[in-house]
Design a protein around this ligand. Structure first.
Ligand SMILES: [Zn+2]
Length: 344
């Protein structure tokens, strides 16, 4: 795979590159010996590849979730995590932003969507975790390498810096017995089970997601669904994301789910000065704050009728679990709302 950096190798004066076989796969280090230039190059290459992938999917009326996920993991992740077996301990927000763009496109979510909510919609492994996995893979390769090989001598038998970085990276995802198990593997220089690490990472990600849900006002509906133990309040992927809906139809459901549908409760946040939540009243029926619950189930101007079950959380869960009827229902309501707002 060719990166932009390959072309520029000979032209850069303030950076130097080296290709010591298997000791390091990283091409560029700046004068402070950091990997920032390399990471910036990966971001550019990854963004370009993602653009090509999105372009292909634009021509498909109902993009397939499995294909999209598979292509993202096969085409984009290898670029973003190129040679991260060496530098995978770093946190790289610029690489995460490429993944956020990928998720936003498929969900039809706008830029202001909370990232925690997007993560919960899909339940995919983040780029940083893929990087940590690359470190584990590289460690396993080193462990199995012949004793005479230079990389093994430098990284495993030499100074302990590399192992310390690996240990520090994995500590974040492990606790209790699993931490002891991995510590023993590193201490005895035996291979680490990658499947086990993947499972621990997913558990960690789900726990973090649950902890962060309550911190975002926009995610009040997801938080309520999760607290009530509803199926649609679980950590992704959600029904409407995996179903064969067009991006346009998915967009309205995603915006309701993520609390970014441009109704009064959302537009009031961006008004100057911001409007207090209790003053973001529905301008069509003047009957309470226009939040997602009001828009979907209680707005008299839109003609929504009281239905069973009467609890809003149960009704929302019931609605979201049937993606096709849900998309039709929200789309009809949205058209009615647009017509009403244009006439007033
Ligand atoms: Zn209303």
């Amino acid at each position: 795979m060719k990166l932009q950096g390959d072309k520029e190798r000979g032209e850069q004066t303030n950076k130097f590159s080296f290709r010591s076989r298997k000791v390091t796969a990283c091409r560029f280090l700046d004068h402070n010996l950091t990997f920032d230039i390399h990471i910036q190059n990966l971001k550019i290459a990854g963004s370009r590849a993602l653009g090509a992938l999105i372009n292909q999917f634009r021509h498909i009326a109902t993009p397939w979730y499995k294909s999209y996920k598979h292509l993202f993991e096969a085409k984009i992740i290898p670029i973003l995590t190129y040679s991260s077996g060496i530098w995978g301990y770093k946190s790289c927000p610029q690489l995460e932003s490429v993944m956020n763009r990928c998720l936003r496109y498929f969900a039809g979510a706008p830029k202001k969507s909370p990232l925690v909510g997007l993560d919960g919609l899909f339940g995919w492994m983040r780029v940083q975790q893929h990087m940590a996995l690359e470190m584990v893979r590289y460690y396993n390769r080193l462990v199995k390498m012949n004793e005479n090989r230079l990389p093994k001598h430098c990284l495993l038998n030499g100074t302990a810096h590399y192992l310390n970085y690996l240990r520090r990276t994995l500590h974040k995802y492990l606790e209790g017995d699993s931490l002891l198990l991995i510590e023993n593997c590193i201490k005895n220089k035996t291979p680490i089970d990658i499947t086990f690490i993947k499972q621990q990472m997913m558990k960690y990600q789900e726990t973090e997601w649950k902890l962060n849900l309550g911190k975002f006002a926009k995610l009040e509906n997801v938080h309520a669904l999760n607290t009530a133990g509803m199926a649609c309040g679980k950590y992704g992927p959600q029904h409407f994301i995996t179903s064969n809906l067009s991006v346009g139809r998915k967009a309205l459901i995603s915006q309701c789910y993520l609390g970014v549908l441009p109704i009064e409760v959302e537009t009031g946040r961006w008004a100057k000065p911001p409007v207090k939540r209790e003053l973001r009243i529905c301008k069509m029926c003047q009957n309470g704050v226009e939040d997602v619950g009001h828009f979907l189930f209680h707005c008299k101007a839109l003609g929504t009728k009281e239905q069973l079950p009467s609890n809003d959380v149960c009704r929302l869960d019931d609605l979201l679990s049937k993606p096709f009827s849900c998309s039709m229902y929200i789309s009809d309501l949205w058209q009615k709302r647009t017509a009403l707002r244009n006439n007033t």
